[in-house]
Ligand binder design. Structure first.
Ligand SMILES: NC(=O)c1ccc[n+]([C@@H]2O[C@H](COP(=O)([O-])OP(=O)(O)OC[C@H]3O[C@@H](n4cnc5c(N)ncnc54)[C@H](OP(=O)(O)O)[C@@H]3O)[C@@H](O)[C@H]2O)c1
Length: 245
């Protein structure tokens, strides 16, 4: 998939990694970018940068009717980027109730699932195109300190594999992105090395162009992925040392 002249739809485009997607898609020559956010006012400066190429779209990914409307109104898309996500930083058992786990599933799993289902005919009509799901390195190993988030990201990894097989016949490429810590609001409380958003997204776009189905876009995710391949139990034990507070 070539980024130049692509017509992209990015969820959670107003801040963090989603905002970097809009910026780097512009830099890479995308023809049009639908920048989707819950509050379109937060997109004003992005739109002002390239009013002819950045189109603001109001979208809450937990609202299936809004997703259906977006797919109906913006049907020239050939690159769907499921980026919006939440993290509650709760343990699976330490959490007071299961509402955190449920809300993470709604946003991080059912959101992308509904978007993929709505955009499947659109992508097919536009030559196949591509879907990019922003999962996480914790899709592959549960970090108990963020146990319910890890489970939701494991779910989106499984979704990614499933739709890759289902959509192959219509020529849609499906990419999974598995970042480690990225410097955004989401990771603000974590005192650790974090990769800048634009670096992560540049690596993702490079991976898409090269047809790399599973993208590990930063040093920590690449290192953990290598560890998971060579000794998955050791990585599980290491992650298991970080318990909920
Ligand atoms: N930061 C990391 O270390 C890291 C690592 C691995 C993976 N990721 C993943 O990368 C993606 C982007 O995260 P980030 O770090 O950029 O987080 P962020 O700075 O907290 O931004 C999250 C984005 O998702 C949007 N969002 C949340 N719930 C939404 C909903 N129901 N409908 C529409 N938009 C919604 C937010 O919109 P509002 O402004 O309206 O809240 C915001 O634009 C997420 O899927 C995250 O899980 C992040």
């Amino acid at each position: 998939m070539k980024i130049k002249n692509a017509i992209a739809f990015v969820t959670g485009a107003n801040r963090g990694i989603g905002r970097a997607f809009v910026e780097e898609l512009l830099n890479a020559g995308a023809a049009k970018i639908y920048a989707a956010a819950r509050n379109t006012k937060t997109l004003a400066d992005l739109v002002a940068r390239a009013p002819d190429r950045v189109v603001p779209v109001a979208l809450d990914v937990t609202k299936p009717d809004m997703i259906r409307t977006a797919a109906k109104n913006h049907n020239d898309v050939n690159l769907l980027i499921n980026n919006a996500g939440i993290a509650t930083f709760e343990g699976l058992i330490a959490a007071n109730d299961i509402e955190a786990a449920r809300s993470e599933m709604e946003t991080n799993y059912f959101g992308p699932l509904n978007l993929v289902r709505a955009y499947t005919p659109v992508l097919s009509a536009n030559g196949g195109g591509a879907i990019v799901n922003v999962a996480s390195i914790v899709s592959h190993v549960n970090f108990p300190a963020i146990g319910s988030y890890s489970a939701s990201k494991a779910a989106v990894h499984s979704l990614t594999q499933g739709i890759r097989a289902e959509l192959a016949a219509q020529g849609t490429q499906v990419f999974g992105v598995y970042p480690g810590p990225v410097d955004t609001d989401m990771s603000a409380e974590f005192p650790m090395d974090k990769t800048p958003t634009n670096t992560v997204v540049q690596n993702v776009l490079e991976g898409i162009e090269e047809g790399e189905e599973d993208i590990y876009p930063d040093p920590m995710s690449a290192e953990l992925h290598a560890g998971l391949l060579s000794d998955p139990k050791a990585i599980e034990k290491q992650a298991g040392e970080m318990l909920p507070q």
